[in-house]
Design a protein around this ligand. Structure first.
Ligand SMILES: [Cu+2]
Length: 69
């Protein structure tokens, strides 16, 4: 299991938090997602043999948020 922390800009409420969780959860290999609204930090636990970090970035960007790392 790998853990990745992405710094996401543009989340302003719990609806945004839930949107980010909703787009990450269905990606194959993702085991858990934690989002902290105040810091913009998105922690993703995943199986690196099934999912790649760029898939997470793309999903978050497609949902309308900026990924800073
Ligand atoms: Cu929001």
């Amino acid at each position: 299991m790998e853990t990745l922390t992405l710094n996401v800009k543009g989340m302003t409420c719990m609806g945004c938090v839930n949107s980010v969780k909703r787009v990450l959860a269905p990606i194959a290999g993702v085991a858990n997602v934690e989002v902290v609204l105040e810091t913009g930090k998105v922690d993703i636990g995943y199986d690196a043999s099934q999912a790649k970090a760029d898939q997470f970035r793309e999903a978050i960007r497609n949902a309308g948020y900026e990924v800073l790392n």
